[in-house]
Design a binder for this molecule. Sequence first.
Ligand code: FE
Ligand code: FE
Ligand code: FE
Length: 166
Amino acid sequence: MKSTNLENLFHDSLRDIYYAERKILKALPKMMRAAQSDELRAAFEKHRGETEVQVERLQKVFELMGKRAQAKTCPAIDGILEEGEEVMESYKGSQALDAGLVASAQAVEHYEIARYGTLCAWAKVLGMDEAAELLQQTLAEETATDEALSSLAEASINSTAVQQAA
Ligand code: FE
Ligand code: FE
Ligand code: FE
């Protein structure tokens, strides 16, 4: 049965992104502390608040499915966050650190955008309108965060990264 299979796939993907969001929620304070620019720190802080709400939205989607909110290990986000840690360690004290933090954060956002785009499309085709609406709200926040990070990088962070130390 086609629809049953897609429902399973949807549920598995929901568990994957639930794991990812909770890992991201733990990683963002570290990134906030590492950021050199006040604007970048503020952007991470803002997104940390949004991520809390995103976790709650996912719990609501599980509830709408009559399922328990349960995470499933996402090796992709583990790897992306691990690379981020590596950048934080290797570029500590470097003027290029913030550029690296933006790059790491955008890798996270792009993973989320891919996952939420798919989940939204599947929710619609499965006739789960309320779930689709919730997932769409999160997708809009991930997209806005990605764009805000690009703007910050282009406005100041990238040029700071290439400045000669005084
Ligand atoms: Fe998120
Ligand atoms: Fe995953
Ligand atoms: Fe995000």
